[in-house]
Write a protein that binds this ligand. Structure first.
Ligand code: PLP
Length: 231
């Protein structure tokens, strides 16, 4: 019996899917002369049923990504108590009025993309008394509908965030345009990170994570290849 991502939730075998993804990550790492252990698998659990989230936790997976604050609370506020080693990443756009909620729940916020949000995050860290890692999202394709700092403004943005708000981003994140090869976008992101001395690169999704590993990704964000189609 072969299981495909479109099988219903009770039939999709997330443990097998995770095994396949981890194996592909390891192979891509080896081909690139990198260590598989330098690449973290962020399991994107947005819009997934509880059954699949529970099954994924059972495999030992502990790093999860969500793209909405409210949904992340529904998925994780209670589960957090049972898994001390959980690591939650916010990978979707963040409104300034949700900054405090985000800082209270997430361990990593991958989508800093404007100065107003930098201020809100700096304030939220003080108010909540909790440190979170911050990545700057770069709109490598300069797409008008996509969030992220424009590539040509990224250096100045990062420097301002450091100087004005005392935030020290640990890395960069990007979502390449759907209709273009991802490689050049990953290369651009890696180049900006190198220039800025940043070591974390969140890049690569179900369709392009092997390419991302080749270009130095440290965090691949994978949804459908791990959980099956979003419902
Ligand atoms: C949904 C999402 C993913 C996962 O996408 P898949 O193609 O299902 O792997 C990764 N990154 C971001 C920012 C997302 O919103």
């Amino acid at each position: 019996m072969s299981l495909t991502p479109s099988d219903p939730p009770e039939r999709f075998d997330v443990a097998a899917a995770r095994g396949r993804v981890l194996k592909s990550v390891a192979q891509a790492a080896e081909a690139a002369g990198r260590r598989a252990s330098d690449i973290s698998l962020v399991a994107v659990s947005k819009v997934q049923p509880d059954l699949r989230i529970e099954a994924m936790l059972e495999t030992g997976q502990r790093i999860f990504g969500e793209n909405r604050v409210q949904e992340a609370y529904e998925h994780w506020a209670i589960r957090r108590g049972s898994y001390a080693d959980l690591q939650l990443h916010l990978i979707g756009p963040l409104q300034t009025n949700k900054a405090k909620d985000a800082v209270a729940l997430f361990d990593v916020i991958e989508t800093l993309d404007r100065l107003k949000l930098a201020r809100a995050l700096a304030d939220a860290r003080l108010a909540v008394g909790r440190d979170v890692d911050i990545l700057v999202q770069v709109n490598t394709g300069d797409e008008p509908q996509k969030s992220g700092v424009a590539p040509r403004e990224a250096d100045a943005f990062i420097e301002t965030v450091r100087k004005e708000f005392g935030l020290e981003p640990v890395g960069l994140m990007c979502i390449p345009p759907q209709d273009e090869p991802s490689g050049p976008h990953f290369a651009l992101l890696a180049q900006i990170a190198r220039r800025q001395g940043l070591t974390t690169l969140s890049m690569g999704m179900s369709s392009d994570f092997e390419t991302a590993v080749r270009f130095g990704s440290t965090h691949v964000r994978i949804g459908s290849a791990l959980f099956g189609d979003r419902m």
